[in-house]
Structures are given as structure tokens and as C-alpha cells.
Design a protein around this ligand. Structure first.
Ligand code: GLC
Length: 647
């Protein structure tokens, strides 16, 4: 009906233009299109204007700067390519486009994966063969060699690192991805710039206008005040939150590495310019902006300078700015904090901030469960996540480019007789392979000899025992390691949200120790799991006897199962189950008449599990066998997906 009506409208318009010369028809058509596009812009702008202005004036009380921002939003909209606007319109009609059970991400370093952007474009068929429809391209903007923090120290927000390509290559890659139905995510590092950024150079040279875009102090009185309340992010590699610049005769605030200078968002020029950078990059065809280190972007003396209310004002404004100019673009917040601090970054359902957030506590709790084989804390954590509104979409992952910080619920662990410091030590010992029967391999990150605190680095495969079993050529141990690895992925696919693979995990890539030979990387053990993609492994994915083939084949099966059932969508009702066994986690997902049970054995023992609170007969989705939930056989480190149709 709707289609016919639209057709009718077209015929009428065509009738009017019947006697016009072709050139005039084109002009009329263009004008009609422009006005339609303009109307869409106006509608979105008007929807947000009041709130945007209110928040901006509350923060900056600067009318001319707000007017400039509004003008620039329109300019960026005008510059936005037609096919991106088309995509925006489609996504506006289907705002839940990213919440389906078909979403699967992969994060990758462009150089490690395929040398450069053109290389990534040539490898899109491999990415598709991994069932991936969302890629996170790790930082690729210009950054100084040796002082890059893996690309998180940006020296030019409008230039690609020459070794990786150009802005044209980026556009070509995002265009190719769009054609293939792959969304592209990039990092937007808005907390700081590199000391090589033009603003930083001019600030260092003493230009007041640019000094005011950072935090400059000519003596240590105020820095010392800040140090009283601001914890350190990198206690061993970058002690203190300030760096003395002898040539400039000033201290500058550097929350991360000394070469990453914190931007001062109290200055509206900083906010405006960074929003222009955001829109410039969005216009290159980016679908998802990962806002790096977002809790840190507002600083206030005598506070911890984290999660301040102004941060939320800024993220909310960014969300509205995105919705006005490029509503197809999503914001993914990087908030590596405890759950109570993470969830506010979703904003409220009426006034949303980020579209997606990392499920960081669940990730850390997962590895705690691997080491302890005790699922109780994970069950609690999943219960918290499952009780949140379904509008809140989490990005689930096992490993990413960063270390694992042991941010666990220590209050609960304490009740169970587990003390924070010794537990962290146990986890770090376990994953280094020092504890009991541990088969894990990996290294500490930022080990602080004073507090005894440390975080952990390693790939999923190495942490599951693939590296050790491969080295020792122990086929039985390899079988167990692969089972553990696949079970962890199966469990991750069962969580609500979007699962993201870490490139290389799909073929069981192990730790890469070569970073120690590179003086630019040697001090940062996170490079252990940032190795080059081993394409020899990828060549083996069809060989079902190879390690790569076994992992790849099983993940492929799970990914297809995930796509086949609506019970895996974000909208499904998810809950954990009582399995009567602290080694075994049970998750139940129901959507409409579809139900899936996922049962995961974290222990080294074969089990027969009886799940409480569910009944009937289920079909094992991998073997096709009929099973009763009262008698589920599970091998050591194994899992099963059981399905049932209701009604
Ligand atoms: C984020 C990144 C991390 C980086 C830091 C500073 O946490 O994930 O890799 O070191 O921000 O930009």
C-alpha cells in the first residue's frame, strides 16, 4: 500500500515536469532533494536545539561560540556524502540496527593485519569469512614514532599515519565496507593530544591561546594540589599526573604518558574543535566512534578527575551533535571502571549518551572464573548486567588490545574469604603459569612493586593453554586448551550485547614476544598480544586437523547458530541458572517462542549437570541430540547449547 502511494506521488511530480527541458527538470529535482535533506537536518537540529544550547551555555556561557558550533554543524552536514546521508536515514528508521543477533565485531591493528588500509580492503573477504560485520580499526591517525602509545597519542586528527595510508584510503575502505555490509569503528582520542600536535607545539612555544587548551602551570603548587586527589593511571611508567617541560618552564597535565597532554575542556574552543574533528572523521564513513578514556575528559581540583558530571554533559552534547549531523553514527564509550561508574555513560533512556559500552567487569570476572573455576562471582555479575534496561547495549569481549585490570567485586569476594591483594597476586601467578596446574602463558603489565598491584597481558589462546600445548607438542593438552578457548567464546556469544573478537583469536594466535626486541615497544608488555597476524594460520582454517582449523571451524558454527536464533538478540530475556555446581555456569535466553540454554563447565572435571528451574526436552544445537536439563553431560572445560521451541 505504502509503495503504491509513493509511486503515485512520483507519477504526479513527473506529470508536472512533462513539458520542461531536461536541464530544468534536473534543477527542480536537485532543489527538491536539497530541500528534503535540509528539512531532515532542520528537524533533527530543532529537536535538539533547546537541550544542546542549555547544556552548552551551562558549561561555557558563551553565545558566540555556540553560534559558531551551530554553523559548523550545518557545514559538516552539507559536506556529508550522499550515500552516508542515505545510510543515516535508513538507520534513523531502524534505530535498533546494531542490536541484532547477526552483529559480530573484530578489532584489528591495520599494520599487523594487512600492512596498510589498502591491504585491509583486500582482506575484506577473509573478514567476511569470519562472519564479522563490524571492524574496529585500531588507532590509525598520525602519531609520533616511539611516543605513540599504540596510536593513542594523536598528532593530527585529520591525517592518517603515512605508513597506513591516506584519508582517501580510509574513505575507500569505509566505502568498500559499506558495500559489504561491514560497519567501521575507530578511536576518537579526545582526552589528550600528542605533544607533537600543532596546538601542543604552539603551547610549548608560549602562545597563550594554545596554552589555555591544555593545563599549564609555571610552578608546582597547583599540580601538587591535584596529586593529592588524582590517582595515577600508569603508576610505574608515568609517575604523577604532570610533566615538567624544561624548555617551556611549565608543568603540563599528562594523565597517561608524559607525551600525551590532557586537553582542557573548560575552554570552549577545545570542545568545538574536537567536535569538528569528530564530524570530519564521521564524514569519512566511520560508523562507530570509540570515545577513548572518556571518564577522564573533565578535570576539577580536589576531585579524582574521573567521571565528573561535566563529562556526562559533554558526552550528551556529543550524542546530540551526532544525531543532528550523522545519526547513523554510534558512540562507543571506553569506560574501564566498576559497573556503577560504567552504566551512567548510557545516560537515561530519554537522554541517552553512549550507544554502547564495553562490558569490562564481566570480561575481568570471566578470567577470574577461568583461574578459580568458581562461577559464583560471574553469575552475580551477569545478574547485574541482565537486570539493566535492554536499551543498554554492551560490547562483550574476551581480550582486547589492552591489559586485563583485575577490577572485580572485591566486597563480595571478601565475604567469601578472598582478600584483594592476595587474590590479584593469585590471578597474576595463575595466568603466568606459576600456579598449580595452570597452562596459561602471559606477562604482567604495570607491576607496581610498592602496592604489589599488576595487570595482565596475553592472548586468549595463550591464556587457555594453546601456547604451552603447542610448544610441548602435547596433543591431549591441546585438545583441552582448544575446548577451553571455544567454550569461552561460546559463553561470550551467549551474553547480551555485541560480541567482538580480537583479531587472531579466530585462529588461536598465541603471544608474540618479539616486541622485546623493539626499543619503541619493549617497555610496554601490552605488545605481547599485539602481534602480527599469522596468515599461515589463516591458510589452515579449512584443515580440520590443524589448531587454527579446529578453532575457526567451531567458532564459525557457533556464530551461525547465534545468527539462527532470535534468543540471541539484545531484546531476549536473559538470566543465569542454578546448576547446583559452582564450577558450572548456566545462562538461559528466551525471545518469543525460542529458548536457548548455555551450560559452561569451567572445571577440569567431566560433569553431569542437573539444571534447576527449567524443564522439558531440549535439542543439543551442536549434536542434534535430545536432552533433559536434569542430565546434561559436559566434558572438562566443555559447554553445550540446548534449544527448545515454546508454544
Ligand atoms: C585507552 C586505550 C589505551 C591507551 C589509553 C590512553 O585506555 O585503550 O590503550 O593507553 O586509552 O589513551
Amino acid at each position: 500500500m505504502r509503495g503504491r502511494k509513493a509511486e503515485g506521488a512520483r507519477t504526479k511530480a513527473a506529470g508536472k515536469k512533462k513539458d520542461m527541458p531536461q536541464s530544468e527538470i534536473e534543477t527542480v529535482q536537485t532543489t527538491e532533494k536539497i530541500s528534503r535533506a535540509e528539512a531532515a537536518y532542520r528537524r533533527r537540529f530543532d529537536r535538539h536545539l533547546d537541550e544542546l544550547k542549555w547544556l552548552y551555555m551551562e558549561l561555557y556561557d558563551n553565545g558566540p561560540m555556540f553560534a559558531e558550533l551551530c554553523d559548523q554543524l550545518h557545514c559538516f552536514y552539507e559536506e556529508r556524502a550522499k550515500d552516508l546521508k542515505k545510510k543515516d536515514a535508513e538507520r534513523e528508521k531502524r534505530p535498533d540496527w546494531y542490536k541484532g543477533n547477526d552483529m559480530l565485531g573484530m578489532m584489528l591493528y591495520i599494520d599487523n593485519f594487512a600492512e596498510n588500509m589498502q591491504g585491509v580492503q583486500e582482506k575484506l573477504s577473509y573478514i567476511k569469512s569470519c562472519n564479522v560485520n563490524y571492524i574496529h580499526l585500531m588507532p590509525f591517525l598520525d602519531t609520533p614514532k616511539g611516543r605513540s602509545d599504540g596510536g593513542y597519542a594523536v598528532s593530527d586528527f585529520r591525517k592518517v599515519q603515512p605508513a597506513l595510508g591516506t584519508m582517501e584510503d580510509l574513505e575507500s575502505l569505509t566505502t568498500a565496507c559499506r558495500k559489504e555490509g561491514i560497519s567501521v569503528c575507530m578511536d576518537f582520542v579526545m582526552n589528550h593530544t600528542s605533544e607533537d600536535h600543532e596546538w601542543a607545539k604552539r603551547a610549548r612555544a608560549g602562545e597563550g591561546e594554545y596554552m589555555s587548551r591544555y593545563f599549564f602551570f609555571d610552578n608546582d603548587a597547583i599540580p601538587a594540589e591535584y596529586e593529592k586527589t588524582v590517582p595515577q593511571v600508569f603508576p610505574t611508567t608515568a609517575p604523577g599526573n604532570f610533566t615538567w617541560l624544561p624548555d617551556a618552564g611549565h608543568y603540563v597535565m599528562t594523565s597517561f604518558y608524559p607525551y600525551q597532554w590532557d586537553l582542557n575542556y573548560k575552554n570552549p574552543r577545545v570542545f568545538n574543535e574536537m567536535m569538528y574533528n569528530f564530524l570530519y572523521l564521521a564524514n569519512k564513513g566511520i560508523d562507530i566512534m570509540r570515545i577513548d578514556a572518556v571518564p577522564y575528559i573533565w578535570k576539577e581540583l580536589h576531585t579524582q578527575c574521573r567521571n565528573l558530571k561535566q563529562v556526562h554533559t559533554i558526552v550528551r552534547m556529543m550524542r546530540m551533535i551526532g544525531e543532528i549531523v550523522c545519526p547513523g553514527v554510534l558512540l562507543l564509550g571506553e569506560v574501564v571502571m566498576e559497573p556503577e561508574k560504567v552504566v551512567p555513560y548510557f545516560g537515561t533512556v530519554e537522554k541517552p549518551e553512549c550507544h554502547m559500552l564495553y562490558n569490562v567487569t564481566t570480561m575481568a570476572t570471566t578470567w577470574h572464573t577461568v583461574a578459580t573455576r568458581d562461577v559464583r562471582l560471574l553469575k552475580r555479575q551477569l545478574d547485574i548486567v541482565n537486570s539493566l534496561p535492554k536499551e543498554y547495549v554492551f560490547l562483550n569481549y574476551l581480550r582486547c588490545h589492552d591489559d586485563i585490570g583485575w577490577g572485580l567485586d572485591y566486597d563480595t569476594l571478601h565475604l567469601w574469604g578472598c582478600e584483594e591483594r592476595s587474590h590479584k597476586q593469585y590471578l597474576n601467578n595463575y595466568f603466568q603459569g606459576f600456579e598449580g596446574e595452570s597452562v596459561s602463558r602471559g606477562e604482567l603489565y604495570n607491576a607496581d612493586p610498592v602496592s604489589g598491584d599488576a595487570r595482565f597481558c596475553g592472548t586468549t589462546a595463550s591464556m587457555c593453554g594453546v601456547e604451552k600445548a603447542g610448544f610441548e607438542q602435547d596433543e591431549e593438552a591441546m585438545e583441552r586448551a582448544l575446548r577451553r578457548d571455544v567454550t569461552l567464546h561460546a559463553y561470550m556469544f551467549m551474553q547480551s550485547g555485541i560480541p567482538v573478537l580480537y583479531s587472531g583469536d579466530e585462529v588461536g594466535q598465541v603471544n608474540d614476544y618479539s616486541y622485546k626486541d623493539d626499543p619503541d615497544k619493549a617497555a610496554d608488555s601490552r605488545y605481547l598480544h599485539r602481534g602480527k597476524m599469522d596468515w599461515k594460520l589463516a591458510e589452515q582454517i579449512s584443515d580440520k586437523k590443524s589448531v587454527a582449523g579446529r578453532i575457526f571451524g567451531q567458532l564459525d558454527l557457533l556464530e551461525k547458530i547465534r545468527r539462527s536464533s532470535q534468543a540471541f538478540t539484545v531484546e531476549a530475556d536473559a538470566r543465569t541458572l542454578d546448576t547446583g555446581d559452582d564450577n558450572v555456569l548456566g545462562i538461559d535466553r528466551v525471545h518469543g517462542d525460542e529458548e536457548i540454554l548455555g551450560i559452561f563447565n569451567f572445571s577440569e572435571y567431566n560433569k553431569e549437570v542437573s539444571v534447576n528451574g527449567v524443564e522439558g526436552t531440549y535439542t543439543d544445537m551442536l549434536t542434534g541430540e535430545q536432552l533433559s536439563p536434569e542430565k546434561i553431560p559436559l566434558p572438562a572445560y566443555g559447554f553445550c547449547y540446548l534449544a527448545r521451541k515454546h508454544g
